[in-house]
Structure formats: C-alpha cells, structure tokens
Design a protein around this ligand. Structure first.
Ligand code: KIV
Length: 277
C-alpha cells in the first residue's frame, strides 16, 4: 500500500473529484496504528477521548495537556493519515493570542497536521487568526458537544428553516475565515447536503447524512468499546467488548487452575545448574 502522508491538497482534490473522504477518531498508539494501516485519510484525536478513554461525563473537563499527551501517542503510530488535534473547551475562546498559542502546541509539541475547533460564525475570527499563524483549521458546526448546555442538550441542530439558515451561514463564514474542512454533527441530511454543495471546502458528516464529502465516527463506537450510550448515527462494525470479556474470564480461570503459564511460556535452566544454587 502507498504509505505517503496525506496532504491538505489531496483532501481538497478528493472533494473536487467527488471521492469520499474518510475520517476516524483515534487516541492512542495501537488504535492510531490500526486506523492508519486501514488507509483512513484523516485521524481526529477528538476531545471525545474525555468520555471514551478518561471516563468523564462530557468533553468539557478535557485539558490541553490531556489532548497533547494523546496526540503525541497517535503521532508516533501514524505514517500516512492526516492528523487533526481537537482543541478542548476554553482553549480557544479566551482571546486570539491564547487560541494561537494552544493551536501551536498541537503542531509543535504533538506533531499534529491541523487543529479542529467547535462553533459557528462567532468563531470565524478565531479560525482566521489561527490560519494566519500558519495552522490549518477544521471547523465543527451543528451539535457542538463542548457547548451542549447552551444548545439545551445533545439535539439535532438546524431542524427548522431559521436554524438551518444559521448553520448554512456559519459554514460559509468559517470557509471565508480560512477553514480547510468542516465537520457537521447532527444536522438534517438536506441541510448538510446543501452546505456541501455550496462550499468549496470538504464537509465531513457525523449524523449529517450520506451527501457530505466524507464521514467520521468515534473509534470506540465503531468497534463496540463504549457502552454508556449509542447515538442514532453510530454504526457498530464489530462488538469487541464480549470478546475481550471472554478472553479475560478465560485468563482468570487459567491462572486460578494453574493452566497458565504453560511450558511454552516458561524459561528453564539446566538441572545441574539448579543444584548449585
Ligand atoms: O471529539 C470528537 O470525537 C469529535 C467527533 C465526534 C467529530 O468532535
């Protein structure tokens, strides 16, 4: 397989040619290696790691240091996929200088290729400032989990004409501000399709229908490693949890019955040497 690094230009060319773009979250060395080897175009080190890796109730508590720690592990595993680091809540809202500094940490310390941040038109000046500093930005509209309380919960956005217009306006403002790609989360398919048609840059959907330029899912949802809740947009491709539980039960039983370790897992020494101990 060709393992060259995916570039920004190639992602744009995929949209221009009508080819779908693939994105998957990954948060650690083993999962990132598998995603990269599968030939997925882009890896999102999402702040969803706060929930699926760290056990928080939401993405709100995730810190910059936690994000950088996980991004570094992903970077070490990846040869080809384009890596996007997700800016955590309040790392880009408290002033443009702070936003640029934090975005810079994803690139300089963690080796990411780009950053993602949540929000609509109101975030356009932040996107513009980070892009001006030389850092590619992926925007994120629709349901924005970091500010779900302001949206009155985890709800589909843009369901009526007025709020759909807000989503379309946001997408256009973020493109104008210099975003290279936009994630659209939980938006009716018709609205997402219209935004995808009207934007030059690629759109990536999660709960936004099949007409987006690409799709993203959370790794733990796809492989059945996160059971707390399952949004409607998730497709589970394999359910690893019961397989892992079964393996652990087998290991426990083998140890308790002295079946593990077997001779093939054991180091021996010559009996004459043992006698001299
Ligand atoms: O944090 C995340 O994983 C995300 C995706 C769900 C788009 O933002």
């Amino acid at each position: 397989m060709d393992r060259r690094k995916v570039t920004l230009a190639e992602l744009q060319q995929k949209k221009d040619r009508g080819e779908k773009i693939t994105m998957m979250t990954a948060y650690d060395y083993p999962s990132a290696g598998l995603v990269d080897e599968a030939g997925i175009d882009t890896i999102l080190v999402g702040d969803s790691l706060g929930m699926v890796m760290l056990g928080y109730d939401s993405t709100v508590p995730v810190t910059m240091d936690e994000m950088i720690h996980h991004c570094k592990a992903v970077r070490r595993a990846v040869r080809s996929s384009f890596i996007i680091g997700d800016m955590p809540f309040l790392s880009y809202q408290a002033g443009l200088d702070r936003a640029i500094e934090n975005a810079g940490r994803f690139i300089k310390e963690a080796g990411c290729d780009a950053v993602k941040l949540e929000g609509g038109s109101e975030m356009a000046p932040v996107v513009k400032a980070i892009v001006r500093a030389g850092i590619p930005v992926c925007a994120h509209i629709g349901l924005t989990p970091q500010t779900a309380t302001m949206l009155s919960g985890f709800k589909v956005q843009g369901k009526d004409a007025e709020s759909a217009r807000v989503q379309v306006r946001s997408a256009k403002d973020l493109e104008e501000a210099g975003a290279f790609m936009i994630v659209m989360e939980c938006i009716p398919d018709l609205v997402a399709a219209r935004i995808t048609r009207e934007l030059r840059i690629p759109t990536i959907g999660i709960g936004a229908g099949r007409d987006c330029d690409g799709q993203v899912l959370v790794y733990h949802d796809l492989v059945g490693l996160f059971a707390r809740f399952t949004p409607k947009f998730v497709k589970q491709y394999v359910n690893l949890s019961p397989l892992i539980k079964e393996a652990l039960a087998q290991y426990k039983s083998d140890v308790e019955k002295s079946k593990f370790p077997g001779p093939e897992h054991t180091f021996s020494m010559a009996p004459e040497e043992a006698e001299k101990i």
